[in-house]
Design a protein around this ligand. Structure first.
Ligand SMILES: [Ca+2]
Length: 165
């Protein structure tokens, strides 16, 4: 019996080590990472909460994993996403980069993920305000007890971010 227990513990240890080795091979934010299937738009979001990056850094990090920085094209998608952030990540941050930007032409917003202009929007009251003409990237604000909203902000600020598959 004792031998069996030992064998079981040893195999458990080996499995854990193998997992850990795999995690360090690539950019691999696993803490609080969630995959969120969004049925309405046939996409899956991936919340990246272990690191904070500029909007450009977030774009690159998603690409590095074979993903795109997220787009949000419906209220249903947004509500699903926001609920998971509230459930799992709200203690970490309330601001999350998404791929919306007006880097090409101010006040003309597109999604970097697919090149499409915004159709659905959910701007915070008074936004986008294009403050100082240097707020060209979009983050989503998620707070417990309130609906999510968007803001345009300086792309070089560092926030956590959301990728999509
Ligand atoms: Ca703004």
């Amino acid at each position: 019996m004792y031998f069996l227990k030992l064998t079981f513990l040893a195999s458990l240890l080996l499995a854990t080590s193998a997992e850990n080795i795999g995690q360090h091979n690539t950019f691999q934010p696993t803490q609080h990472e969630s995959l969120i299937p969004v049925l309405s738009s046939n996409r899956t979001y991936k919340i990246i909460s272990i690191d904070q990056k500029t909007w450009f850094g977030a774009l690159h990090a998603c690409h590095f994993m074979g993903l795109e920085l997220a787009s949000i094209t419906s209220k249903e998608d947004e509500e699903n996403l926001a609920q998971v952030i509230k459930d799992e990540c709200i203690a970490l941050s309330s601001r999350w980069w998404i791929s919306g930007n007006d880097l090409d032409t101010e006040e003309s917003f597109f999604w970097a993920s697919n090149g499409h202009p915004f159709t659905y929007t959910n701007w915070e009251v008074g936004q986008p305000n294009h403050s100082n003409h240097d707020q060209r990237c979009v983050y989503i604000v998620v707070h417990i007890g309130t609906d999510p909203v968007w803001n345009d902000y300086n792309c070089y600020n560092k926030y956590r971010f959301i990728c999509e598959i």
